[in-house]
Design a protein around this ligand. Structure first.
Ligand code: ZN
Length: 144
């Protein structure tokens, strides 16, 4: 039987706050975790961005195709986790956005994605830090 490769954690601190205007989402979350000495976390963000870069993973070629969009875009959902990579917080996030035409799009979040307004809810997890390494099947940096 196949199993989920998982780890068990206790819940640590939980923070709710607003993101600074014009910050980059991935950088601000990473900086926050570094400042607060958070090694593992899960988070969600709602709000709006003025520009965004998101990607689609081509499973065959094992590369991301990215797209940049600018304009008034709602963050309908942005969820992610924080783990350690090279002993620094590494943020993996996916984002779902909506525009004024009721169109929805999104994918794997990249920098630069600039916040217009954002609210984050981030939960620290306590336990052995998860590390990522390159998975030969997918080409992705997965949990090991
Ligand atoms: Zn991803």
């Amino acid at each position: 039987m196949e199993e989920i490769n998982c780890f068990s954690y206790k819940v640590g601190r939980r923070f709710m706050g607003s993101l600074p205007h014009k910050c980059d989402i991935l950088h601000i979350v990473s900086d926050f975790c570094e400042t607060k000495k958070i090694q593992i976390a899960s988070f969600n963000i709602i709000g709006a961005v003025s520009s965004v870069v998101f990607g689609f993973y081509d499973q065959k070629q094992q590369v991301y195709a990215t797209e940049k969009k600018e304009g008034f875009l709602e963050i309908i959902s942005c969820i992610g986790n924080v783990t350690l990579k090279d002993n620094k917080p590494f943020v993996h996030a996916h984002i779902l956005l909506g525009n004024d035409k009721n169109e929805i799009f999104g994918g794997h979040l990249f920098s630069e994605s600039i916040v217009f307004a954002g609210e984050i809810d981030i939960t620290e997890l306590l336990g052995d830090p998860i590390k990522r390494s390159k998975d030969v099947t997918t080409g992705l940096m997965l949990f090991n």
